[in-house]
Design a protein around this ligand. Structure first.
Ligand code: C5J
Length: 222
């Protein structure tokens, strides 16, 4: 067991049971013309974490540890898109509409793809998820159990939506969850800060937070 310096107390890393889960690092959330921008968000603040997410992914690959990627997306016929989700808010482009990078958040479209710098390599699991949480309507829990994964290190966007929802779902299912501060972002910096504080409050009620350098050091020495 290696220890990673973390908040609110050190995270005891079990090398045989840990995976990195990279949430929704898709063009639709990080580039102009995508879903995030259509909701009126400034995507630059989420796009800037890409180099740190890449360092984290490369650290896991170098240590021979599993990397799992998720993508928020829907079937082309929208059969997995609840009306309430499609109609929510007042975006310039709704899910399923034709945008500059193809149909918004639809599987197989250019804008829905994971950023090329962070693209999965052969053998890495990719979970397509219709919800904000990665356990809802996906085989994620079965895949993790089959591989005896009990600890999840989290990166991705956005901190308070898909990352936090998935962490909470994972925590309730008994996984130990650690969120890497530099490798997650929100369109609202104050929401990121609040989420980090919420996760680690009350003795790690949802999980731990840690800095990238400490996680990289921990996995390299595990
Ligand atoms: C959002 C996500 N924010 N991946 N999705 O709608 O966080």
């Amino acid at each position: 067991m290696a220890e990673i310096k973390a908040d609110p107390f050190p995270f005891r890393l079990d090398r045989g049971a840990v995976a990195l889960i990279v949430i929704d690092m898709q063009r639709d959330f990080t580039e102009e013309g995508g879903f995030g921008a259509s909701l009126g968000n400034d995507v630059t603040c989420v796009a800037k974490i890409v180099p740190d997410v890449r360092r984290l992914i490369e650290g896991f690959r170098a240590a021979g540890l599993p990397v799992i990627h998720t993508m928020e997306c829907h079937r082309p016929d929208l059969s997995d898109l609840p009306r309430a989700k499609r109609e929510r808010g007042n975006p310039r482009l709704r899910i399923g509409d034709e945008g500059p990078m193809g149909r918004i958040l639809i599987a197989g479209e250019a804008g829905t793809a994971i950023l090329p710098e962070l693209a999965p390599v052969d053998g890495e699991t990719v979970i397509e998820k219709p919800g904000k949480g990665a356990f809802h309507a996906t085989p994620l829990d079965d895949i993790l159990k089959e591989r005896r994964i009990a600890q999840l290190v989290f990166a991705g966007v956005t901190t308070e939506v898909c990352v936090q929802t998935t962490m909470r779902e994972a925590n309730d299912r008994g996984y130990e969850c650690l969120l890497v501060e530099e490798a997650t972002a929100s369109y609202f910096p104050e929401f990121k800060a609040a989420t980090l504080a919420m996760v680690r409050a009350q003795g790690a009620i949802v999980g731990w937070t840690a800095h990238l350098a400490d996680v990289l050091r921990g996995i390299a020495h595990a």
